[in-house]
Design a protein around this ligand. Structure first.
Ligand code: ATP
Length: 483
């Protein structure tokens, strides 16, 4: 079995080889920290997204979903604090006046060094970035005599903050500077906050209630060398739960527990998770923690749970001059109506791509199947059946004697209910291995005997065990397994 760093690399290669994840625009050498999902990866991602959506909206009281636009009014990001607070370090060359992202400058320099020396510099950079040690970053640049590509000098300003939001021009004609500028949203949450009253009123929602959303978010990330763990375009699955002020502690604990249940319901063992409570809180939070998963690169955040107080709604009220209040007709223990207030919010925010990475890390296994007679091995993805891209492979043993027809009939019976894959080429062993590699939980082989007794061989991915079952029972067996 590969060690953990190798396992991470092995997963990346496997993802590419089996149509899960490709570097974006690869024919042009890719685009840093941007990835495309292939035929199997997009199915896996969709299954995780659907599972989260169903679990949050359908299986909880009083949570509904929305789908807000990526573009939002630019004032949204002033109100949310992103214009002022969402930033990373940069540096200017005093002679050429050219501005560099600190990480880009150091990365370009590291590329000119022998591999090991380059990696050492990058490691130092990552540590300094993590500590937000700007003086240390400047010193690293100066000590290594990193030069500006335009002036050729090492005459640098201090390191300063750089906003992580991407901006673009809105409309067909560009106006005065900044006039038509919009941001690509760096989180989906704000689309929920600005629609809080629309949903509450039209849905006649009563507090406590939640609004869920899944969608793309964009961040011009500074450390971006960790496959789909840290991307510049990624997907978030977020839920804002609106509550009475003063009840935040209890709901925060509730959602911590509830979200952990979701993770465990993926069949992942509790030892693979831990909570990490934030000591240094963001400007909007009165409590926050991460759910960390034990990735092959170590325990890292996959989800954040934040008690966001009334920060966002209050600021939107102030910036928009529109009331963001809720009228609570219920009474407290003294019989006094709660009346009007700005609700408090508990947020659960999980990265979809990081969830894909988590599910892949959990599922990936290299097995040595060698016997005294011959060497053998296989790579399999042990996805929970409900998340597997393909649920059932239908394999006629040979391409003749009416076997493909029976197989096609089974395919027609099943394909509306779940995703099936039909294949009649190559030896059956080879076909099984290909299905193991994409994580298909069930393979069914149709042979000559099927014509006599209406039975097929079903082969289970994880145990590789095989048994004969009735052809007419196949669909139900798979349906039960993917519920
Ligand atoms: P990190 O500390 O890793 O940068 P964060 O605390 O900034 O993450 P949040 O703003 O809380 O992240 O976003 C919620 C979730 O969105 C994270 O838990 C993570 O799963 C996901 N996420 C955030 N940034 C990225 C990214 N650049 N690429 C992929 N997923 C991301």
């Amino acid at each position: 079995m590969a060690n953990d760093t190798n396992k991470f690399q092995a997963i990346i290669s496997h993802c590419k080889e089996y149509g899960f994840i490709f570097p974006s625009s690869e024919i042009y050498d890719g685009l840093s920290a941007v990835y495309d999902y292939g035929q199997n990866g997009s199915e896996l991602k969709k299954n995780i997204r659907d599972y989260w959506w169903k679990w949050m909206t359908q299986l909880h009281d009083n949570i509904v979903g929305i789908d807000a636009a990526i573009f939002m009014h630019p004032t949204t990001w002033k109100a949310s604090g992103h214009v002022d607070n969402f930033s990373d370090p940069m540096i200017d060359n005093k002679d050429s006046k050219k501005r560099y992202r600190v990480d880009h400058l150091i990365e370009a320099f590291a590329d000119t060094l022998p591999k090991e020396a380059g990696e050492a510099i990058l490691q130092q950079m990552d540590q300094l970035l993590a500590k937000e040690d700007f003086a240390g970053l400047k010193k690293l640049i100066e000590d290594n005599k990193m030069k500006c590509s335009v002036s050729g000098t090492c005459n640098w300003t201090d390191v300063r903050q750089f906003n992580l939001m991407f901006s673009t021009e809105f409309g067909s004609v560009s106006g005065d500077e900044g006039e038509n500028m919009v941001y690509l949203r760096p989180e989906t949450a704000q689309g929920i906050f600005v629609n809080f009253l629309n949903v509450q009123k039209t849905g006649r929602m009563k507090i406590p209630f939640g609004i869920a959303q899944v969608g793309k978010a964009f961040r011009n990330e500074i450390v971006a060398r960790q496959f789909i763990f840290r991307m510049r375009e990624f997907e978030q699955m977020e839920m804002q739960f609106f509550i009475r002020p003063g009840t935040q502690k209890q709901w925060y604990e509730y959602w911590k527990e509830e979200r952990m249940k979701w993770h465990l319901s993926l069949g992942i063992s509790p030892e693979q998770y831990r909570f990490h409570d934030h000591v240094k809180l963001a400007h909007y939070a009165d409590a926050a923690c991460d759910i960390e998963y034990n990735f092959p690169i170590g325990f890292k955040e996959v989800e954040g749970i934040h008690s966001r107080t009334d920060f966002d709604l209050r600021n939107h009220q102030e910036f928009s001059k529109k009331k963001m209040q809720y009228f609570d007709a219920e009474t407290d223990e003294n019989g006094k109506p709660y009346g009007n207030y700005i609700p408090y919010v508990i947020e659960t925010s999980i990265g979809l791509d990081r969830s894909v990475m988590m599910v892949l890390s959990e599922a990936y296994e290299e097995q040595d199947l060698s016997t005294a007679e011959k060497q053998d091995s296989r790579v399999l993805l042990k996805f929970p059946p409900k998340l597997a891209p393909v649920k059932l492979a239908i394999l006629p043993l040979v391409k003749k004697d009416g076997l493909p027809e029976i197989a096609r009939q089974l395919m027609d019976e099943c394909r509306a209910s779940f995703r099936c894959f039909y294949e009649e080429k190559d030896a059956i062993g080879k076909r099984y291995r290909r299905q193991d590699a994409i994580g298909t939980p069930f393979c069914v082989t149709i042979d000559h005997q099927t014509k006599e007794d209406g039975m097929v061989t079903i082969r289970y991915r994880d145990s590789m065990e095989q048994e004969r079952i009735l052809l007419k029972d196949v669909k139900e067996l798979v349906e039960k397994a993917i519920q």
